[in-house]
Design a protein around this ligand. Structure first.
Ligand SMILES: *Cc1c(COP(=O)(O)O)cnc(C)c1O
Length: 352
């Protein structure tokens, strides 16, 4: 016992380890699914102008301008359907705090986003992970309730697999679950479909989005939740008063107004992704077809960690991931064509 012991629940927790963030310039970074391209030019000029804005004042507590722009871009009835956050990770924190009490249960698929477990641990809650079935479907049990099940989290497209669960499957889950189903759409802009409109049909479907991946704004920290207005209102009471800073809100608002830019960058990155998948298959990898801005691949040789180390020596960072009882592999972010070519060439050399 000491005077600075944390809560007992926190002594057992596994901290979440984010991807490596080395100083800029040294590596080709294909490890954290950032956008390899800079954000829309309109965002950069808005930020420059904002530097002489009212920085001595607190920002709008609910980022109204952003929520209007986002509702407009996403075809939602209005800003009251949106809660803005300091990255979608903050939104996930707010949701876990709001719904999952100490000792209660949070469910996630496996393998998926490890942070969900960490959030449950911090809350002193329990988590249960259910493995995906063949073909990346969810088991029937995933949609079944238990007395203390309070929240279900589903990345869609999923990470690390890049696979997507159909809208049909999502609606069925929402209908059978006794609690909210959070569809984490961090990568939805790269996918063929999304679930934003289902929020209007199902009060327990909540969709989270981020500006970190498709909009090229990981450094700014901005994400948001789409849910029914009566819930958004309640969640506003839980968040920090000024959770989104003035500069980030300006950048995010401008980004939502840059839908043409977004369409172009997604088209370009999805073309690179297709090329990457093809070449990785030619190199003998089992490639999971991706709907996101990264590709999950496994090689029959099993030498994933060796490949990761080899690439790192060549100044190329990818993500080596090992999921106990499931398997390991490489998750490679879609970079620029040149970055991806460099990575593919080094992998080819690895096998020579
Ligand atoms: C990257 C990522 C996020 C985090 O987004 P931020 O807005 O940067 O906090 C959330 N969920 C998944 C599945 C992600 O991969």
């Amino acid at each position: 016992m000491s005077k600075i012991d944390l809560r007992p629940a926190l002594s057992k927790m596994q901290p979440y380890t984010p991807g490596e963030q080395p100083p800029p310039g040294k590596y080709i970074k294909l490890n954290t699914n950032e956008n390899p391209y800079p954000p829309p030019p309109s965002v950069v000029s808005a930020l420059q102008a904002a530097a002489s804005g009212p920085l001595n004042r607190y920002p709008d507590p609910t980022a109204t301008a952003f929520r209007r722009a986002a509702a407009n871009a996403l075809g939602l009835p209005g800003p009251e359907w949106i809660l803005a956050g300091n990255g979608s990770d903050e939104i996930l924190t707010i949701l876990v705090r709001a719904f999952v009490g100490e000792g209660q249960l949070l469910r996630l698929p496996y393998p998926s986003y490890i942070l969900y477990r960490t959030l449950a641990d911090i809350q002193g809650a329990r988590w249960e992970q259910m493995p995906f079935l063949d073909g990346w479907h969810l088991p029937t049990a995933f949609g079944q309730g238990s007395d203390d099940l309070r929240l279900v989290l589903l990345p869609n497209p999923n990470s690390p697999s890049g696979t997507i669960v159909s809208r049909d499957e999502i609606e069925k889950l929402a209908n059978t679950l006794p609690c909210p189903l959070v569809v984490d759409e961090a990568y939805a802009d790269f996918a063929e479909f999304n679930c934003i409109d289902l929020v209007q049909k199902h009060e327990n479907i909540l969709v989270t989005r981020t500006l970190s991946k498709s909009y090229g704004l990981a450094g700014v920290r901005f994400g948001f939740l789409v849910a029914q207005p009566q819930l958004i209102k309640k969640l506003c009471n839980i968040k920090d008063s000024y959770n989104c800073d003035y500069l980030a809100t300006i950048a995010a608002t401008e980004a939502m107004n840059a839908q043409d830019w977004l369409a172009d960058v997604v088209k370009k990155m999805n073309a690179t992704r297709a090329r990457m998948q093809l070449r990785l298959s030619e190199l003998g990898f089992n490639v999971t077809p991706s709907q996101a801005n990264f590709v999950w691949c496994q090689h029959p040789s099993g030498k994933h960690n060796e490949m990761y180390q080899y690439l790192k020596k060549q100044q190329i960072l990818v993500r080596y991931m090992d999921f106990p009882d499931w398997g390991d592999g490489l998750r490679i972010s879609v970079g620029t064509d040149d970055q991806v070519d460099a990575c593919l060439m080094m992998l080819e050399r690895f096998f020579q």
